[in-house]
Unconditional design. Structure first.
Length: 551
């Protein structure tokens, strides 16, 4: 999309992949849609969004030697790990941005997805214009999208007004960062490389693959690290270029062969181990370190494996060392000590929540006026789409609904199926459904006979999938907090609470009664508009599209 100029500065580009945020690295407002959305756009020319709050993320200062763009986003995910930018559009600003290469920007924008953001937009500046002037030489004079005319038009870019108001303002000092590692099995855990290097964490597999960190500069950086060394005999080191063109370029400069000569195992360009497909997956009890974007439990193989994320340089060094470690250690030097990270956050335009009086809500024919069921507590935050629907089933098109129902929530809790029944209502924590754009995360819940999910908050991509597939959702933070207090001493992953929730759609009121029949919660929720009701009534977006085309 970037190589061929479809995602281009100052345009809006969508694709059915959760890492469409990547396009923000070249000043294109990139945001994900799901596959049904894509089909709807092709069929009708229409789609839908809810306009998000905007967060300003200010990058100050300059990176120290040995610190990379991957370390920036790993630090952001780890330091601001309380949903500060959940479902926000991010605008990156500050003097530190000017000193970041386009490849670093692409890596950061790519992983704003893991940070919970809807998009991550970098400015159109001299660095970007120079990048496209170099691209002109690569694509030739007659390219339909990247040419002298389109590149010259970037000299007068759009910019935010000086008095623009943001929902939040986050600041991080780049000079205070050091090489960092995410994990294990969470992007919200960030630990300095110095600390992990002292823990002697042995690894079985290392990965330089995926859309995050497998561009030419990443492959070259890893080759420079591994040059004159060999992959540790106890480690399998897998490499795959971000595209076939990148692999050709890496072969021409000799970087690809350096990795192969050191013992790396080549894989085809494109998705593979990062999404749990193909060769080289993590097995039970194994530890892996990867330059990819996600290390959710079970995503890269066994749910009983441990996965860490790091920069290409740290991954390459670790592959040689046989444990998580730094480039300096290959020269016999210790990993540099760290200093405290300098950061801040301010709420610039807080929104006051109000309790409106209940009134009549228009309900379309065929839409339920009331929904009721027992609450099943899945007591965790950030339950991701891999936890809801395991990646190994995602691209198996012949799986029947009965099998989808059986494996629903399998990577979260293997006992989920035996503890639930049709008609139940899932109640979970914050950022439910974070992660990839797989629609099966919604459809497997429906296959289980569960038609409503309640949570403290939802990942945006899951919210889209839910509406598009006729799965209803409600955000009720107070309810999950109440249940967490009640079950604070329990270590069960899935709990039948005995509490029954009833949602009166006609008044937008929710009432919850406990096992003894006492009303424990009664409050107004957001009204479900007729546009969204229409999608639900027609069985999802596919049914809505068919109805539109028949008009």
């Amino acid at each position: 999309m970037i190589e061929e100029g479809y995602a281009f500065p100052l345009n809006l580009t969508v694709a059915s992949d959760s890492h469409s945020n990547t396009y923000g690295g070249v000043g294109s407002l990139g945001t994900p849609i799901v596959r049904t959305d894509a089909a709807s756009i092709w069929a009708t020319g229409q789609t839908w969004w809810q306009i998000p709050p905007v967060a300003k993320v200010e990058l100050r200062g300059e990176l120290q030697k040995g610190v990379t763009g991957k370390d920036i986003i790993v630090a952001l995910c780890g330091e601001f790990n309380n949903d500060e930018v959940l479902n926000h559009a991010i605008e990156f600003v500050g003097d530190g941005v000017n000193k970041l290469s386009i490849d670093y920007r692409l890596t950061i924008a790519n992983m704003t997805t893991e940070w919970g953001a809807l998009s991550g937009l970098f400015p159109v500046d001299k660095t970007l214009v120079d990048f496209y002037k170099q691209r002109l030489q690569a694509v030739g004079p007659n390219h339909p999208r990247i040419n002298e005319t389109t590149v010259s038009e970037l000299s007068n870019p759009l910019a935010s007004d000086n008095d623009a108001v943001y929902a939040k303002h986050l600041v991080i000092d780049l000079s205070s960062l050091s090489p960092s590692v995410s994990g294990p099995n969470s992007v919200k855990i960030s630990t300095s490389l110095n600390e992990l290097a002292h823990q002697n964490i042995k690894i079985n597999k290392a990965y330089l693959v995926s859309c995050t960190n497998s561009r030419l500069s990443d492959i070259q950086a890893a080759a420079d690290v591994i040059s004159n060394h060999q992959v540790h005999p106890d480690v399998e080191f897998y490499v795959a270029a971000a595209s076939s063109l990148v692999q050709q370029d890496a072969e021409q400069v000799g970087a690809w062969q350096k990795l192969i000569d050191a013992g790396a195992k080549p894989l085809p360009a494109g998705c593979g181990p990062c999404i749990g497909l193909g060769a080289g997956l993590l097995k039970d009890g194994e530890v892996g370190i990867s330059a990819t974007n996600r290390n959710f439990k079970g995503r890269m193989g066994s749910r009983d494996a441990l996965a860490y994320l790091a920069s290409p340089e740290v991954v390459a060094a670790s592959a040689v060392l046989g444990r998580i470690g730094g480039v300096e250690e290959l020269q016999g030097e210790p990993v540099k000590p760290v200093t405290p990270i300098v950061k801040s956050i301010t709420q610039e335009s807080p929104v006051e929540a109000t309790e409106e009086a209940a009134g009549a809500v228009e309900v379309l024919d065929g839409f339920p006026k009331s929904i009721s069921g027992e609450l099943i507590l899945c007591n965790a935050d950030n339950i991701n789409t891999d936890g809801i629907y395991p990646g190994k089933y995602t691209y198996q098109d012949d799986i029947p609904k009965s099998k989808m129902a059986e494996v629903c929530m399998e990577n979260y809790d293997s006992q989920f199926h035996s503890k639930t029944k049709p008609g139940d209502i899932i109640i979970s924590g914050y950022n439910f459904g974070t992660g990839s754009s797989r629609e099966q995360a919604a459809t497997c819940i429906l296959a289980r006979g569960i038609n409503l999910v309640v949570a403290g908050s939802f990942g945006n991509i899951f919210s889209r999938n839910s509406i598009n597939n006729a799965l209803l959702t409600l955000e009720i933070p107070k309810l999950i907090d109440m249940l967490r207090e009640k079950y604070s001493g329990s270590d069960e992953l899935t709990i039948r609470t005995g509490w029954v929730l009833t949602w009166d759609v006609t008044t937008a009121q929710v009432k919850v009664v406990d096992a003894d029949g006492n009303v424990v919660l009664q409050q107004k929720v957001g009204e479900l508009g007729t546009n969204l009701q229409d999608i639900i009534v027609k069985g999802g977006l596919e049914g809505w599209v068919k109805a539109e085309l028949s008009k």
